[in-house]
Design a protein around this ligand. Structure first.
Ligand SMILES: [Zn+2]
Length: 452
């Protein structure tokens, strides 16, 4: 019924799309050289003539810009906001991104930027089957994070109704009174909501909710699957950021579509210090793409998102969209090296949510990496929440976790067999996890090695 939000753009054939991207690369680079003090200086110090950047492939020859670079070129470290790429009069909102350390990054958005952000989410919603008949509860924060506001603007384009709770702590009556058709939230918020509804005698799968949109953090396929089972409906992934990514899964669930006419993504391997070809894993590096005549408050070229992903395909998707698809990005800050193998929080999550485990546990977990009994040994401890720890089959849970984990991490099999790597499991009662007692974003995987 609503197959595309902008059919001409979303189904454009590859050659035309590439030509459009290249045209926007040229305009964007020229805009950066004309309006962004940082990039003007950056082109000069790197000996780049902006006029030489003609094609998107030319971006691969340019250096990478990190979040740190932004912090160094804004107060208090710098004397001015050098990334600001428009006059103050054109700035509509000032956003700050919560850095893991130090000063937050300042990010300036013009109304033009907001409209483009909304366009990306509108396409994503339509690709997930949303339309004017939908009523969507947004359980994402309306604060400095652009996600909830952008989705609300996108809803306007679709004629869809938004119920802007912001938090996921609304009363059960909301579901029976307004009969929402969808909820946007994180996997864990949506699981917690389901448990709360069940306590109130409401079965999530029997409510009016027909789809869930999960975002805000990466998740394992297993946790998504479990969430879909609990709610009895599909769960779509979105990946967005203040910097302007905003990719979404379509109904085919075959990777996240990147709105290629509005944001360009390359994959960069920081260890090899080079870009990788399609299929290779690395960090998503983004470049804002401005249409001819467009304005941007903060424009980014070759910006390192610090999220790891890879390209699934640039071929036409079964949904008819031609824009490339990427795998669910994982935060590099949540990846830790264990005896030569990278282990991300999502790897732990995928072990926890193994089918068979879920009849005993809620899915809430936290894990730590510690030094083992002697030097060079490592212990990973996973604590999982259960409504009835005494009844939980801890042995079965640990066997399923371990079997799956070692299958995903073949590099750790011999260490595990030689007892250099210990995997320990505990089942704790509801609210027995440490993360329920700490503020802020829950830290589900902590590396405590080297911490006295
Ligand atoms: Zn698709």
């Amino acid at each position: 019924m609503h197959p595309y939000h902008d059919p001409a753009i979303e189904t454009m054939d590859r050659d035309d799309l590439d030509a459009l991207i290249d045209e926007r690369v040229r305009y964007t680079v020229r805009y950066a050289a004309d309006h962004s003090p940082f990039y003007r200086h950056w082109f000069r110090t790197n000996g780049i003539d902006p006029g030489d950047i003609r094609l998107h492939e030319d971006l691969l020859r340019l250096p990478i810009v990190s979040g740190r670079t932004i912090r160094e070129h804004q107060p208090p470290a710098g004397s001015d906001f050098e990334f600001l790429s428009t006059g103050w009069n054109s700035v509509f909102t000032i956003q700050e991104t919560s850095g893991t350390s130090g000063t937050p990054k300042s990010f300036f958005l013009t109304w033009d930027d907001w409209k483009r952000y909304a366009e990306k989410y509108a396409r994503s919603f339509v690709s997930q089957g949303f339309g004017p008949e939908d009523r969507t509860v947004v359980c994402a924060s309306y604060g400095m994070n652009v996600g909830a506001n952008t989705m609300t603007l996108a809803a306007l384009r679709l004629g869809m109704t938004i119920i802007p709770f912001g938090k996921c702590d609304f009363a059960s009556r909301v579901l029976t009174s307004y009969r929402p058709t969808a909820i946007v939230g994180s996997v864990f918020k949506l699981l917690r909501l389901a448990r709360r509804l069940e306590k109130d005698g409401i079965r999530p799968a029997e409510t009016s909710v027909r789809r869930l949109v999960a975002g805000g953090e990466s998740f394992a396929d297993e946790s998504r699957q479990y969430l879909a089972e609990v709610w009895g409906c599909p769960v779509f992934n979105t990946y967005g950021s203040t910097e302007g990514t905003m990719c979404g899964e379509c109904r085919e669930l075959a990777g996240l579509h990147v709105p290629e006419d509005l944001v360009h993504l390359d994959i960069y391997d920081p260890h090899l210090q080079s870009f990788v070809p399609d299929g290779g894993c690395g960090r998503a590096v983004l470049t804002t793409l401005l249409p001819e005549g467009g304005k941007a408050g903060t424009l980014l070229i070759n910006y390192d998102t610090e999220d790891a992903t890879s390209v699934v395909s640039r071929k036409e998707c079964a949904c008819g969209r031609t824009h490339m698809r990427i795998v669910n990005p994982q935060r590099e800050a949540e990846t830790f090296w264990i005896l030569g193998s990278p282990v991300n929080r999502v790897d732990i999550e995928s072990g926890v949510f193994q089918p068979g485990n879920m009849e005993y546990i809620t899915g809430e977990y936290e894990a730590t990496i510690d030094e083992g009994a002697s030097p060079g040994y490592v212990a990973v401890t996973v604590n999982m929440e259960s409504p009835d720890p005494a009844r939980a089959d801890t042995r079965g849970i640990s066997e399923r976790f371990t079997g799956h984990f070692l299958q995903m991490k073949p590099g750790l099999v011999s260490a595990y067999e030689e007892n250099e790597l210990a995997l320990k499991f505990h089942v704790v009662p509801i609210d027995g996890l440490e993360l329920h007692r700490t503020k802020g974003r829950p830290k589900r995987l902590a590396d405590r090695r080297g911490v006295a």
